[in-house]
Each structure stands twice: as structure tokens, then as C-alpha cells.
Design a protein around this ligand. Structure first.
Ligand code: ADP
Ligand code: ASP
Ligand code: MG
Length: 813
């Protein structure tokens, strides 16, 4: 004999119920088939009951929905010839339900007994309809009401299964029963005096386990909407995988800590008989699912699964009067237990100064009341403080039989959470050492589960979640590089870059599954209106682990947002120079936020685009070297201009060309006035450890005053034409001396300067092609022959690859 249980979603629609019929066709054994209420009906019944009890007559609408749902299902499933009997039976049951709800409405109250009675209709109706459907399809099927088999009695005020009576009822009924399939409602039972009782939310699993144990079934199959017990809740962790084989103890621990796929009490009855449980997917019956057996997992993975319980609160009992006084914790737990409050987690400080328990947030009010009452005497005398609950918490637990023989797992767990800025309130380790759990803020649950899952299950593929602001020239190239490198990164660097949000100045678009980089621009066009504040809000709310904000703009406004990202442990990668060249205080603040919140702030492309200038500088300093002098040509744009400008061209045309080819900032005056180079040498000076402001940098401009004072691009270009003679003279003077014009930045003895210089043949700067940059670092280790970094220092492609390199640095962080 086999026991199969189909849960709420497996029976949620006529189509799903037909799937069950197909599944049954491959069985030759005798089957006890336990079903839940149609998905969502239990919640609706509870809602109708509480509306009615609150004298809110909208309970009638809810009732109506329940009625329509059942009648429609019958009409769709059962052939017309058999319909009227089933319709009239269900109708008459629904009339009883309606009367009960009316009763609750008029009295304005609902007792636990009445609530059980109301909620029992879910399983009563679903099981009856399903059995009639099978019969109408010619299956050898009969129906048995579980209330006649499963008996409960009160233990400590709680309805508990009376196994002696129940087992005897089950074996005397099922063993001689003739039908091949016996359909039974899950979840419901009855007391000795015939009152309807229930087995708790999710209790149909338990019904099936009780039957399986009572009849010594070959197997208990739990059919649901996922392919087994997963390494974490698949609704929260996309990468979670079904666990092929797990021990009873591990499964029990996972389900106790929130793996809803199995109702925790389910394991006990089958464990005692050594009956295996197979969790299967009704919608993918070919999947093997999870097999739960008694064999321990001794060689397998240490951590088998991660689970969590949301909606938790902490209740701490503390005070000087607790030290050394026996019996306080006993009284504390007794009070909670008498009030029917279940304690999920316990920690006690070794000083005995406080005991802290994790309870469901729904029990907070009651628990505060009973505990304060029970310890009123001590509280009045200041020996114990009145309890103050902390809410909006969740428990996250790592589970595995094999964890006890491995050191360092908790260290790994806590450092993973720490790195992701998940604050840990309380830590508890189960006495069985099969479980390490901690209490965190509810808002961090998804991030914590995903970060832990990545650490313990994902073969070290680290996922970086990117939010990209600015998808123009550089941004578009950057997105394309991510797309092209996807496979390489996964295979060689064990990194997966997932772009979750993108924005330009018009629109913004988010996709939590990762934006398809083949069509990001189409998707962006369909996105909502761009708004800086809501972009930041969204990134912070999503609260993903390894989040990186990428700024590809040149905007002041965007540069001002970095601190709000960093202080939420979101890394920032930027090619925008504004933040790092703003007041020193702001630059230093951002760097300190990055350290405090463990979120890298990287801006390699601020100097020399993709050239590894800042990184090299950092490495020199980190290894103990000292910067003595920096000489550099740092403007790809100015280089382009002066490499192309000569007596056969005009200065105006060359600047225009540089602008068109993306070698200048959108406002070319920023390059030509030298501001851009000033910012760069400022950043290098600061990165070398000097406190400097932009005003401290000497700048001898080569542009005429009139050009510098223009306020728009059109006037600026006009002024260039007007002063063409002056530009030609600059060129001619240099040419006479066999020199080339280069815009040079210098830093020495704490002082920085920028300006146009005539560079003679043979100088390191003389042969710079196109938009090349060059930096000479004179340091204590390179005092005479400098360390030289040279190469293309402008252009969208190299800038994008510099941003890319920063992202990879974070990935390896
Ligand atoms: P049923 O209605 O079939 O009883 P449940 O909703 O009670 O189904 O349980 C299945 C759900 O359990 C899944 O859809 C999933 O969201 C949730 N779940 C939570 N943790 C886990 C886990 N570790 N493995 C599988 N499912 C899980
Ligand atoms: N229908 C009940 C519930 O929703 C029992 C079950 O589905 O297991 O809790
Ligand atoms: Mg369930």
C-alpha cells in the first residue's frame, strides 16, 4: 500500500486535478490518496470566519467566491450525467457552511471549535469532489472521511492525535477495504465526542503520514508544486536545487526552521516505522524529487539546506535579580507554554543575566502580557526589567547531519552575512549540532539566504548584481562587454554579472531576474520615467547581496548619491570624476564609508580610462613604496587635439572632430580649459596620500579668456575660430624648436600643476600617439627611472573596459 498526498496547489484547478488522474495511471498498488483543500480555500474560509465574527457582512462575498469556485470545478470535472448528485451534495454542505458563518456574524464571535468546523469544509469538499471525479472516470475509487479515522484528544489544552485509537481505526478500515484508491480529506479529524478538529496549518501532510504509519505503507509520497525539498526555498533563492536524498533528522530540522514543503510533525510517525518519504512535483512528475530516509548523511555535503522563518520576534527577560536564582527560566518557559506560545529558539547569556527567546510575531502581545504579569513582583522591585519585544525579525538556519564534524562553518556563515552588511541579532546552535541559526532583520532575509546559498552551494560562482546609471557611449559598450564575457567569466573567474537595473536620463528599467543584454535598449524604452531618488530607493529596497552601482554619467547629481549606496553596503564603480575631485572632505568620507560598510568604491577610469593607473598607485603604496613625483599626460582629448592640429588644419575643426569621436567630455571646454586634467592629477595626489583641493592646483590656461568665459558649446566653438591665429602661433613656436605641444600634469613636494608645454624630441612624452596617456611614477623604489604606464587614455571602449576591470576587482574582493 502507498500513501499519496496532493497539496493545495496540486488540486487548485480542474486542470491540475486531471493531472493527478494521469499520475495515478502508473500505479498498480493500493493507494490511500489524501488531498488538501483547493489552493487558497483554507485562507478564504479563515477570512470569511473572521469577517463574520467581526460583524462585517462582506464575509458573504468571500463565501460566494468559495461557493462559485467549488461549483465551477464540479461543472468542469464531472460529466453532466453525474453532475446533479455531486452538485446537490456540495450545495447542501455549502448551506451548512453559510449557516455557521451567519451564526458567527450574529453572535459577533468565533470560538476555536467553530473555526475548526468552518475551516474543515475546505478538505471535506475537495476530497468529495475529487473522489467523484475519479469514479466518473472509471477508476476503482472510494471515499473515506478522515474524521472517522483520526481521533484527537486534549493534551495540555491542545488537540493532539490519539494514536492508539487512530491506528486501530485505520488498520481496521484500510486493510480490508476493497477499492484500489481510497480518497480521504487531509487536515481534519474529530475528538472523542465527535467535534471536528484540525491538525494545524499544512496538516494534510500529517494526515498522510499518520495513515502511512498506521497501515505500514511502502512509501509516503508528498506531491506538491516544487520538485522536492530544496537547498533553500526556491521562491526566495533562484539557484536552489532539489536535494536528492536527505535523512529524517535533516528534513525535520529544515521543516522546523521554515521549509514549508513539509509540515514538521509529518516525519515523526513514519520515522518510527522507517517508512521513506518521497517529495514529488505534480507538475513535473518525471523529476525524481527528494527521498527522505533514515540513513544518515555521513559522507555528503556538510550543509544540506538553508531555511528561514519570517515574522519572528525576540523576547528578552533580563535584570540583575536573575543571576544565581534558580527557577527563573523554568518559570519563564512555563508561562509561555501555558499561554500556548511556542518558543522557536533560545539563547541564554552565560552570566545568567538574560534569557532571550524567539517567538512568532503573532504571539508578541500575549507573551508580553503574561510574562510581565508572571514576574510582576520582581519587576516592581527592579530585579527584572519589563520585557520589550523586538519585532520584524527572521531566523535563518543552516542544517546538515554532518556539520558537527566540521570546524569553521559558523565562522563562514557569519562572515558571509557580515560581508553583506546583514546585522546578526542572536546566534543559536542546536544541541544536535545539526543546525546553526541566527536572528536577523526580516528585510535582509532574501539577501542573507542568497548570500549563504552562494557560499555553501554554488560551486563558488559569485553573482554580482549591477545597477547601471548612464547607458550612452560608455554604458552601452560596457553592457556589451558583459554580454560577450558572460561565459568566460563564469568558467574562468567563477563570476556571474547580472544587470538588474539600468537608467538613462529619460527612463529606468529593472528586472530582478537580470536584464536580457541582447535587448536592453528596447526594454529600457518601455521602463518607467527616470527618477534619481526612486532609482536609489529601488536599489536599496531590493537589497541584493554583492550589489554594485555603476555610474557612467558625468553628472553632479549622480555623484552626490554615492554615499547613500555605500552606507547600504552597495559598492560603487564610477567613471564620473566629480565625486573624487570634489572637496577633500567628501572624497575622504566616501572612502571611509567604503571601508566601514565593506563596499568597494572604485574609480580607476577617472584617470587614463582603462589604464591601470590608480590600481598600480594603490599597490605601490600598499607595498610600502612612497610617491616622490608624478609627471603625466592625462588628457586623451588634449592629446588627440594637439596630435592632429598643425598648420594645415584649424584648431576649431580638430576640437570639433575630437568631440564628435567621443574623445572629449560633452562640454569640450572642460577638457580644453584644463579642468579635466586638474581633476585627474588631484585624484592621483590624493590617492598618493596628500590632502589637496582643486584650488591648490596651478593652471596656466592656453585658451584665450574669451573662450574660457563662454557659457555654451556654440559660443565656445565660435571663439575658437576667432582666435585661430593665436593657436597657429602656439603651434609654430613649438615647431621651430623641433618640439610638440603636450598638456602636462605634475605633482611634486605636495604641489600640483597643469599646463601646455613644448616637449622636445627624445622626451618620454614626445611620441604619444592619438589619444595616448602616459604617467611616470617616480618613487622611492623607482627614483631615477620611473615606472611608466602608457596607452590609450580615452574612448568609450577602453573606458568601458576600465569599469569592467573594477567590477572584476570587486568580484575577487
Ligand atoms: P502544498 O500546498 O503542496 O502543501 P506548500 O505550499 O505547503 O505546498 O509547500 C510547498 C512550498 O514550500 C513551495 O512552493 C515553496 O515555496 C515552499 N518551500 C519553502 N522552503 C522550501 C524548501 N526548502 N524546499 C522546497 N520548497 C520550499
Ligand atoms: N488546507 C490546509 C492548509 O491550507 C491544510 C493543508 O493544505 O495541508 O493549511
Ligand atoms: Mg503544505
Amino acid at each position: 500500500m502507498k500513501v499519496l498526498k496532493f497539496g493545495g496547489s496540486s488540486v487548485a484547478s480542474p486542470e491540475n486535478i486531471s493531472k493527478i488522474k494521469n499520475i495515478l495511471s502508473s500505479y498498480n498498488d493500493k493507494i490511500i490518496l489524501v488531498v488538501s483543500a483547493f489552493g487558497g480555500v483554507t485562507d478564504q474560509l479563515l477570512k470569511a470566519g473572521s469577517l463574520a465574527a467581526g460583524q462585517d457582512d462582506s464575509y458573504k462575498d468571500t463565501f460566494q467566491e468559495i461557493e462559485t469556485r467549488h461549483l465551477d470545478t464540479i461543472k468542469k470535472l464531472i460529466p453532466i450525467t453525474n453532475q446533479s448528485k455531486v452538485l446537490s451534495k456540495v450545495k447542501s454542505e455549502l448551506n451548512v457552511l453559510e449557516t455557521l458563518l451567519e451564526g458567527a456574524f450574529f453572535i459577533g464571535e468565533i470560538t476555536p471549535k467553530l473555526s475548526d468546523k468552518i475551516v474543515s469544509f475546505g478538505e471535506l469538499l475537495s476530497s468529495y469532489i475529487i473522489s467523484e471525479f475519479f469514479i466518473s472516470q472509471g477508476l476503482d475509487c472510494s471515499y473515506k472521511d478522515s474524521r472517522e479515522l483520526i481521533k484527537t484528544h486534549k493534551i495540555g489544552g491542545k488537540n493532539t492525535v490519539d494514536f492508539k485509537q487512530t491506528n486501530s481505526n485505520c488498520s481496521s478500515y484500510f486493510k480490508p477495504a476493497k477499492a484500489k484508491i481510497i480518497v480521504c480529506p487531509g487536515f481534519i479529524a474529530s475528538s472523542a465526542n465527535g467535534d471536528i478538529t484540525t491538525l494545524g496549518r499544512g496538516g494534510s501532510d500529517y494526515t498522510a503520514a499518520i495513515y502511512a504509519a498506521a497501515v505500514d505503507a511502502d512509501i509516503l509520497e508528498i506531491w506538491t508544486d516544487v520538485s522536492g525539498m530544496y537547498t533553500a526555498n526556491p521562491k526566495m533563492v533562484k539557484q536552489a536545487k532539489a536535494i536528492p536524498h536527505i535523512s529524517y533528522e535533516e528534513a525535520m530540522e529544515l521543516s522546523h526552521f521554515g521549509a514549508k514543503v513539509l509540515y514538521p510533525p509529518t516525519i515523526q510517525p513514519v520515522l518510527a516505522k522507517g517508512i521513506s518519504i518521497n517529495i514529488k512535483n505534480t507538475f513535473q512528475p518525471e523529476e525524481p524529487g527528494t527521498l527522505i530516509t533514515k540513513s544518515k548523511n555521513e559522507k555528503g555535503k556538510t550543509v544540506r539546506g538553508i531555511s528561514h522563518i519570517g515574522n519572528m520576534a525576540l523576547l528578552s527577560l533580563e535584570g540583575p535579580g536573575m543571576v544565581g536564582i534558580p527557577g527563573i527560566s523554568k518559570r519563564f518557559f512555563e508561562v509561555l507554554s501555558q499561554a500556548d506560545i511556542s518558543v522557536v529558539l533560545i539563547t541564554q547569556a552565560s552570566s545568567e543575566h538574560s534569557i532571550c527567546v524567539g517567538i512568532s510575531a503573532d504571539d508578541v502581545e500575549k507573551s508580553v502580557e503574561v510574562v510581565n504579569e508572571a514576574f510582576a513582583y520582581e519587576m516592581e522591585r527592579g530585579r527584572i526589567k519589563p520585557v520589550h519585544p523586538e519585532e520584524n525579525l527572521a531566523i535563518v538556519a543552516l542544517v546538515g547531519d554532518n556539520m558537527k564534524s566540521h570546524q569553521g562553518l559558523s565562522g563562514k556563515m557569519f562572515s558571509t552575512l557580515g560581508k553583506n552588511n546583514v546585522n546578526i541579532r542572536v546566534i543559536a546552535q542546536g544541541a544536535s549540532e545539526r543546525n546553526i541559526s541566527c536572528v536577523i532583520n526580516e528585510k535582509d532575509v532574501k539577501k542573507a539566504l542568497n548570500a549563504l546559498h552562494e557560499e555553501f552551494f554554488e560551486e563558488n560562482i559569485k553573482q554580482l548584481n549591477l545597477f547601471v546609471m548612464g547607458v550612452g557611449n560608455v554604458g552601452a559598450k560596457f553592457l556589451n562587454q558583459i554580454k560577450l564575457q558572460d561565459k568566460y567569466l563564469k568558467k574562468n573567474l567563477k563570476l556571474k554579472l547580472r544587470v538588474i537595473g539600468i537608467s538613462n536620463s529619460r527612463n529606468m528599467y529593472f528586472d530582478e531576474k537580470g536584464i536580457d543584454l541582447n535587448s536592453w535598449s528596447d526594454q529600457l524604452a518601455t521602463g518607467e520615467k527616470a527618477d534619481k531618488a526612486s532609482f536609489i530607493k529601488k536599489v536599496n529596497e531590493m537589497n541584493y547581496r554583492n550589489s554594485i552601482f555603476v555610474d557612467n554619467t558625468a553628472s553632479h547629481e549622480i555623484a552626490e548619491t554615492y554615499s547613500s549606496f555605500l552606507s547600504n553596503s552597495i559598492s560603487v564603480v564610477t567613471c564620473n570624476k566629480i565625486a573624487c575631485s570634489s572637496e577633500y572632505g567628501n572624497y575622504a568620507h566616501l572612502k571611509s564609508l567604503a571601508r566601514t560598510y565593506n563596499a568597494p568604491f572604485l574609480f580607476e577610469t577617472n584617470v587614463g580610462a582603462g589604464l591601470p593607473i590608480i590600481d598600480t598607485l594603490k599597490n605601490l603604496i600598499a607595498s610600502g613604496d612612497k610617491i616622490l613625483k608624478i609627471q603625466a599626460v592625462l588628457s586623451g582629448s588634449l592629446n588627440f587635439v594637439f596630435n592632429n592640429f598643425n598648420d594645415t588644419t584649424t584648431f576649431h575643426d580638430i576640437v570639433k572632430k575630437a568631440q564628435e569621436e567621443g574623445y572629449t567630455e560633452p562640454d569640450p571646454k572642460i577638457d580644453l580649459s584644463g579642468i579635466d586634467v586638474m581633476r585627474k592629477i588631484l585624484i592621483l595626489a590624493r590617492e598618493s596620500g596628500h590632502i589637496l583641493e582643486i584650488e591648490d592646483i596651478k593652471n596656466k590656461p592656453f585658451l584665450p579668456k574669451e573662450s574660457l568665459e563662454t557659457t555654451n558649446n556654440e559660443d565656445f566653438f565660435k571663439s575658437l575660430t576667432k582666435y585661430e591665429d593665436d593657436f597657429q602661433k602656439m603651434f609654430g613656436d613649438a615647431k621651430k624648436k623641433n618640439s610638440k605641444l603636450k598638456y602636462v600634469a605634475k605633482f611634486e613636494n605636495g604641489e600640483a600643476s597643469v599646463g601646455l608645454e613644448q616637449i622636445p624630441k627624445g622626451h618620454d612624452f614626445y611620441n604619444l600617439e592619438e589619444s595616448d596617456n602616459i604617467v611616470l611614477f617616480y618613487t622611492e623604489r623607482y627614483p631615477n627611472l620611473p615606472m611608466i604606464i602608457k596607452g590609450a587614455g580615452a574612448g568609450a571602449d577602453v573606458t568601458a573596459s576600465g569599469i569592467f576591470a573594477d567590477i572584476i576587482r570587486i568580484g575577487n574582493f
